[in-house]
Design a protein around this ligand. Structure first.
Ligand SMILES: [Zn+2]
Length: 214
């Protein structure tokens, strides 16, 4: 039996959700934070929540503490996905090499992001058994999902390749895109390959009936 396991730690939300008839920002934007475990690897994806929340959800949802986390993976360099990364000072911090290059070129004026960029390492193609990076450019140049494969199912931790269940069901790529065509390709690939998807700002979604969106 596979020892792979994916747990949503904290469900994210958008500052403004057009499918909730919101035209301006009405709340803080924060990403869905996910824990992926495989063998000796305990990996947090997109720790965008404040430190106290991350500590609480990690313990309440899994019984673990920040020092148990071996790796952090950032799908992209947006504060809503990065904000609480300092909760895991002992972990290896990873992102797709292209996103790190983009950050170093475009985001180093931001003090917080510059400090994160100093520690970020390019993620290997396979982070742990069954846990592979899956580039999903479009939202940002080096946006990257994680593809988690057990013998029976494929789960994407998709970051902002898919924003929420509503955006997914409407085939909406979201309002802020670096490259719309690439985002559309990434969206389609995730839907074609995945059995489950964890959107960037929502709970896990079963993709069985989503094929007719393509
Ligand atoms: Zn986001």
């Amino acid at each position: 039996m596979s020892d792979l396991r994916v747990d949503v730690l904290a469900i994210g939300t958008l500052a403004k959700n057009r499918f909730w008839n919101e035209t301006g920002n009405v709340r803080d934007e924060v990403a869905t934070c996910t824990l992926v475990r495989s063998g000796q690897t305990t990996l947090v994806v997109d720790p965008g929540w404040p430190d106290a929340v991350l500590r609480a959800v990690l313990f309440y949802r899994t019984g673990l503490k920040p020092e148990d986390v071996t790796d952090v993976f950032l799908t992209h360099l947006d504060p809503a996905h990065v904000g609480g990364v300092e909760t895991f000072p002992k972990a290896r911090w990873l992102a797709f090499a292209e996103e790190i290059a983009y950050g170093k070129a475009e985001l180093k004026g931001d003090k917080t992001m510059a400090a994160v960029l100093k520690r970020l390492k390019p993620a290997p193609d396979s982070i742990a058994p069954g846990v592979d990076i899956f580039p999903t450019a479009g939202h940002s140049p080096g946006h990257c999902s994680l593809m988690v494969n057990t013998p029976t199912e494929t789960t994407f931790v998709a970051g902002d390749a898919l924003l929420t269940r509503d955006y997914l069901e409407h085939g909406d790529l979201g309002p802020t895109l670096w490259d719309r065509n690439k985002a559309a390709e990434s969206f389609a690939e995730v839907l074609q390959i995945g059995d489950f998807v964890i959107p960037g700002h929502d709970n896990i979604v079963w993709l069985r009936s989503q094929g007719d969106l393509l």
